[in-house]
Design a binder for this molecule. Structure first.
Ligand code: ZN
Ligand code: ZN
Length: 147
């Protein structure tokens, strides 16, 4: 068994069972019984979109818990931890933001991109520009093995 970092969806109305958690990738996870790593750093932040309710929130260090799993996340075949990076299309903005989802449906790159762009509330860049209005200057989708 391996310890894996997890977060709980912050949407009180999320249909996900209250005991369920969203797993995050962590390279070379410790075995259960060991002390959880001193991770992440204080300034760490993560934009995570819940697959169950489409709500996104910023998660930080205090949201992280550790839970035991049989296999590391990257060895699971039925789920993919996806990172969608968006460049803001607002003239002069140039910000890039990363959006994450633990997918259980083998989304294509296009589907992953659309999933981010229809998240609730509307996805905004670091400077507050809604992608639905400003558009995206660039986008990429990849599987992430760390966050
Ligand atoms: Zn949720
Ligand atoms: Zn922007």
């Amino acid at each position: 068994m391996y310890l894996q970092p997890v977060v709980r969806c912050k949407n009180r109305d999320c249909p996900m069972p209250s005991a369920a958690r969203i797993r995050l990738p962590y390279p070379n996870p410790p075995a259960t019984g060991e002390n959880p790593p001193a991770w992440p750093q204080d300034a760490w932040q993560l934009r995570m979109i819940c697959r169950e309710c489409d709500h996104w929130y910023l998660y930080d260090k205090k949201d992280i818990q550790w839970a035991p799993y049989t296999r590391p996340l990257e060895e699971e075949t039925r789920v993919d931890f996806l990172c969608v990076e968006l460049g803001c299309g607002e003239p002069g903005c140039h910000s890039r933001t990363r959006w994450h989802v633990l997918d259980n449906s083998q989304m294509s790159e296009i589907e992953a991109l659309e999933f981010v762009l229809r998240a609730d509330p509307v996805a905004v860049c670091e400077n507050g520009h809604p992608f639905s209005i400003s558009g995206t200057a660039s986008s990429s989708v990849r599987k992430a093995s760390s966050v």
